[in-house]
Write a protein of this length. Structure first.
Length: 237
């Protein structure tokens, strides 16, 4: 642990929070991850050993607590940990506004679909299971096909065909899907640009943006970006 030896409250907070991966672990717990393997799926490039170390550190400083769950352990944020919600949200909003550029190395289909799976708008889903098949045209062939299996009580993501009827097939790119998910472009804009094609019944293709909860918020004051991630200058300003 680094120590700044300053009385400044910011420096004292950073002694806990500025270690690499720490706030991303907090983000995962804020997003609902409870078990070790679920947290790992949200930070796939972090080693298991380092994740153990960071969780132990967060437990010692009173940000995380752990409970037995059969043969597993449940991790939960304490009130101090939950109070970090506004900081994590603020960092995300700041990044979207001022650090919009995404390199190819930042794009990860495993992380994207894991994040999408847990933020599905379940109240908008039809009864039973609904499958959305996504085909990505700009990644390695082994990572091009994904299936989101959605239900009101559960949601899962598969990188193999689960053998279930598909309601909608989306043809797009990983970059486009990532920008949609980050709220930088709208579903309609991606369709109009030809960067997203939805195949299925008219009812399903109209509903899928609600199912996946990828709507861009209207009136968002953030600068507007193209699918490439570059700033789109508004000449009317």
């Amino acid at each position: 642990m680094g120590t700044y030896y300053q009385f400044c409250p910011v420096s004292k907070a950073l002694e806990v929070l500025d270690e690499r991966w720490t706030l991303l672990i907090v983000r995962e717990l804020l997003m609902g991850s409870r078990h070790f393997n679920d947290i790992r799926r949200g930070v796939p490039r972090m080693s298991p050993a380092l994740l153990v170390k960071r969780l132990q550190r967060l437990e010692r400083v009173g940000v995380v607590e752990r409970f037995p769950d059969g043969n597993k352990v449940i991790y939960r944020l304490t009130p101090a940990g939950k109070d970090l919600q506004q900081i994590v949200d603020g960092l995300g909003d700041w990044s979207l506004r001022w650090l919009p550029e995404l390199g190819d190395e930042d794009l990860d289909p495993h992380l994207l679909f894991w994040d999408m799976r847990r933020q599905v708008s379940r109240e908008d889903l039809p009864p039973g299971r609904t499958v959305v098949h996504v085909q990505l045209g700009d990644v390695d062939p082994k990572s091009q096909r994904w299936w989101l299996v959605l239900a009101a009580d559960d949601a899962d993501v598969c990188d193999f065909d689960p053998g279930l009827p598909v309601a909608v097939t989306l043809e797009t790119t990983l970059r486009c899907m990532t920008h949609l998910w980050r709220g930088e472009i709208s579903w309609r804009e991606a369709v109009r640009a030809g960067d997203l094609i939805a195949n299925g019944s008219r009812t399903a293709t109209r509903a899928v943006p609600r199912w996946l909860n990828v709507r861009a918020a209207p009136g968002d004051p953030r600068p507007q970006f193209s699918v490439s991630g570059r700033l789109a200058v508004d000449l009317r300003a």
